[in-house]
Design a protein around this ligand. Structure first.
Ligand SMILES: NC(=O)c1ccc[n+]([C@@H]2O[C@H](COP(=O)([O-])OP(=O)(O)OC[C@H]3O[C@@H](n4cnc5c(N)ncnc54)[C@H](OP(=O)(O)O)[C@@H]3O)[C@@H](O)[C@H]2O)c1
Length: 215
């Protein structure tokens, strides 16, 4: 059964690799209706639950919402092709690290709003962080995006674009540090005579317990 917020119809994912794929996975788990969404990726590798096509020209009806999920260095190749399909009603959400809103606005001048999002991979299990920033989204657009991303975890808006990089260094890089810490804690348990399985579980539960206690 479908539940949760509705994505604008249609929503395009331009690039759908690791990070956008994690967003799709989180929405799928949350029961968000993805039936009218389109994933565009040159390899056309299927994205579970989403109609997948190899190019922008194959995507069909112009999008109401576009999520840019390719590598930043591809922007100048993709923007001129994409621009033709965007209207004054399109909301552009970019997850491209380090590409500023002003630079996106130059490439997509006529769209309704440019929003930058800084997600992290735990969105796939709905325990992610998705920081949002926009210089031009109106209140209704901000509310819409807060609702859409809410099923994926914690969704703060930041008022200063520079803070997105700080969020990226904590929430984006953080999971790798935490994973290393859990592994080291488990190793210490093993060294003191616990079985591997027991040490792993105790290390995980210790981190989970402390995190939940602090939240
Ligand atoms: N990974 C993270 O934790 C993270 C966190 C925050 C932000 N980001 C940002 O997310 C973006 C994507 O990172 P990623 O790790 O998901 O990279 P990725 O796994 O390499 O995904 C890149 C995607 O772009 C697609 N692509 C390549 N050329 C394209 C084209 N001409 N037209 C349309 N799509 C094209 C690729 O298609 P194929 O699948 O066919 O190869 C792939 O689906 C980056 O800008 C990064 O800064 C990543």
């Amino acid at each position: 059964m479908m539940s949760g917020p509705s994505l604008p119809v249609p929503t395009w994912f331009v690039g759908c690799g690791n990070m956008s794929g994690a967003i799709v996975a989180g929405w799928r788990v949350a029961g968000v209706d993805l039936s009218s969404a389109v994933a565009i990726r040159p390899s056309a590798t299927p994205v579970e639950g989403v109609h997948t096509v190899p190019g922008i020209a194959d995507a069909g009806r112009p999008p109401q919402l576009v999520i840019l999920g390719f590598k930043p260095q591809k922007l100048d190749e993709i923007a001129p092709q994409l621009r033709k399909f965007l209207t004054s009603k399109t909301i552009v959400v970019s997850i491209l690290a380090g590409v500023e809103a002003a630079s996106l606005r130059e490439r997509f001048p006529g769209v309704a709003a440019i929003v930058r999002a800084m997600p992290n991979l735990p969105v796939a299990i709905r325990r992610g962080v998705v920081a949002l920033y926009s210089a031009d989204a109106d209140q209704a657009t901000q509310q819409l995006l807060s609702n859409i991303f809410a099923p994926l975890g914690y969704v703060p808006w930041v008022s200063d674009e520079a803070k997105l990089a700080a969020v990226g260094s904590v929430a984006g890089a953080g999971p790798a540090y935490v994973a290393r810490f859990i592994a080291a804690l488990a190793k210490a348990g093993e060294k003191r005579g616990l079985s591997r399985e027991l040490a792993d579980t105790i290390a995980l539960e210790t981190v989970l317990g402390q995190a939940r206690g602090q939240s």
